[in-house]
Design a protein around this ligand. Structure first.
Ligand code: NAP
Length: 277
């Protein structure tokens, strides 16, 4: 079983899930992508992250088919565009996502990034969807510290997570955002945990990987999961990648290895604006 992380209300979710950005968009990849998602669920990577934005709905529709018969084994996450975060539009956006995903509820619904709709209104709209049984939890994405503070001030204490860019080459959030979220017992959901594959050339990751018999990106993923509060969602459209990612959960990096990675990818010393991809 995959190690679990608890949401603020105590519900456990797997520390490793599956991202889906750019999935379900190409006919020639669809069979392998379907097999990857399904094998991932079998391996315990049952938290699946998507968004109405991905493929303009095509990714949700792809998941609706890929998860036929296994939806109840998953913890399904989708995200709404900021322009849909108002009282009237959020309910419609949610209904459209549910229809494409062929399900009657989302386990977690996120505001994709902050827009111009007042946070009070979005919080109310999210809570209304919880009351209606359309979503089980709600949260946000790409919120920096000030945004999290504003959200709490807007009545958003029930926010389950903040999905943010976090990997070895994007450590800025360690300075103040992750500590603030810890105070609020809000687990971070790390997106692009292997920097979309670009970390593969790091000599530190290659060397540590060689010692463990692992590929460098598995070490990069294990590094993100060294924190017991982090949920992460690498996207893998190939079964061999899903298996490699599953194996990374069980990798324990030594203190020396963590120090080597700190030297290659220094922790932040100052505040920097939250990065997004
Ligand atoms: P990522 O997960 O860091 O990297 C995905 C890339 O890495 C794909 O090209 C994939 O290739 C490859 N890959 C995966 N596992 C691998 C392995 N074991 N060995 C070698 N290559 C591997 O990047 P991401 O897709 O940007 O981020 C993950 C998810 O986070 C997204 O899919 C999305 O769900 C979410 N996200 C959210 C936001 C937001 O604003 N909230 C922004 C970006 C991403 P294959 O597909 O060929 O396996």
């Amino acid at each position: 079983m995959i190690r679990q992380v608890r949401l603020p209300d105590g519900e456990p979710v797997p520390a490793l899930g599956q991202g889906t950005w750019r999935m379900g968009e190409r006919a020639d990849r669809r069979a392998e992508e379907t097999a990857s998602i399904q094998e991932g669920v079998d391996l315990g990577l049952s938290l699946i992250d998507t968004a109405e934005m991905y493929g303009d709905g095509a990714t949700e529709a792809f998941l609706g088919e890929a998860l036929a018969g296994i939806r109840d084994k998953t913890f399904l996450v989708s995200k709404a565009y900021p322009q849909n975060a108002s009282r009237g539009r959020l309910a419609r956006a949610c209904d459209a996502s549910l229809k494409r995903l062929k399900t009657d509820r989302l386990d977690l619904y996120l505001l994709h990034w902050r827009g111009s709709v007042p946070l009070e209104e979005t919080v109310e709209a999210m809570q209304a969807l919880v009351s209606a049984g359309k979503i089980r939890h709600w949260g946000v994405s790409n919120f920096d510290v000030d945004d999290v503070d504003d959200l709490i001030a807007a009545g958003g204490a029930a926010c389950a997570t903040n999905q943010v860019l976090y990997n070895l080459s994007r450590r800025g959030v360690e300075f103040d955002l992750l500590p603030r979220m810890s105070e609020r017992r809000m687990p971070p959901m790390a997106y692009s945990p292997i920097e979309q594959g670009r970390l593969v050339t790091s000599s530190a990751l290659i060397e540590i990987g060689r010692r463990h018999g692992l590929a460098p990106l598995q070490v990069a993923l294990a590094w993100v999961m060294r924190r017991s509060d982090v949920i992460t969602i690498p996207k893998a459209g190939r079964r061999d990648h899903v298996r490699q990612n599953r194996a990374a959960v069980d990798v324990a990096l030594t203190t020396d290895e963590l120090a080597t990675l700190d030297a290659a990818f220094p922790a932040p010393r100052n505040k920097s604006a939250l990065e997004m991809l």
